[in-house]
Design a binder for this molecule. Structure first.
Ligand code: SF4
Ligand code: SF4
Length: 237
């Protein structure tokens, strides 16, 4: 954990709520789990999502049908002709699995939960260094873009601005923020290529866009005892 955080008496977690290619939603949990830790820990957490695909190199004939049939541009081959899948971009459509004549690719979605469990665990470790009620969370659910702000570009909002949430409960504010982004409010044409809202995926709008359930991190953080998924909204004009 970063030294400034470890020695702080109190913390305000100020987050822009938006979509995220690795975990569906990027808000307070993501901010703490990634922003308050060193590159080494962040890398270890990201590596958890990479455990979910398997490629049998010996059977591969390098026909590249998998790469050419990937709608997300997630598959590449390096100079040694080894296959790599960018799990940030992957939508779990399984086109590559079905396109492969050698049946060499296997993908499961367990890595998504492992990644989000990792985020919940380091979030807990960070929050345990603060006394009770010494952390305030503020989530801006405005300019909700599909991708994280750490990319070097932005894109139009995918839903109209909702507002600003504040709470001392990280689980409740994340649950309320994600709940406020409704599929029916999706602004047609706002997604950059090649993202789409998938009709064949059930659930939240961000789940339909990234094929990663944004609520998993909330569930895992609640399981870690960091707050309640039940909340009451008090609106202030
Ligand atoms: S599952 Fe779909 S999005 Fe993911 S790598 Fe395969 S073809 Fe691409
Ligand atoms: S489709 Fe299968 S055989 Fe062809 S390059 Fe991809 S993994 Fe290899």
């Amino acid at each position: 954990m970063r030294g400034e955080i470890a020695s702080a008496d109190a913390m305000i977690v100020y987050s822009h709520g938006k979509g995220h290619g690795h975990c569906g939603w990027g808000g307070a949990i993501k901010n703490i789990a990634m922003g308050n830790y060193t590159c080494k820990t962040r890398g270890a957490i990201h590596a958890l999502i990479d455990t979910e695909f398997d490629w049998n190199e010996e059977l591969c004939t390098h026909c590249y049908l998998c790469r050419d049939n990937c709608p997300a541009g997630a598959i590449s081959f390096n100079e040694q002709d080894k296959l790599g899948i960018n799990m940030h971009h992957c939508r779990y459509c399984m086109h590559c699995v079905r396109a492969c004549p050698q049946e060499t690719i296997k993908i499961n979605q367990e890595g998504i939960r492992q990644f989000q469990t990792g985020m919940a665990r380091v979030t807990k470790a960070c929050l345990e260094t603060f006394e009770q009620n010494r952390v305030l969370y503020i989530n801006h659910v405005t300019n909700v873009t599909p991708f994280c702000d750490c990319w070097g570009f932005s894109s139009p909002s995918i839903v109209p601005d909702v507002g600003i949430f504040a709470s001392t409960d990280i689980v409740a504010i994340e649950q309320a923020s994600i709940d406020s982004i409704k599929t029916e409010n999706y602004i047609q044409g706002s997604l950059p290529h090649p993202l789409v809202v998938r009709d064949d995926v059930e659930g939240h709008l961000l789940h339909k866009i990234h094929s990663k359930d944004p609520y998993l991190q909330v569930e895992e953080t609640a399981n870690a005892g960091l707050g309640s998924r039940e909340y009451e909204l008090k609106e202030i004009e």
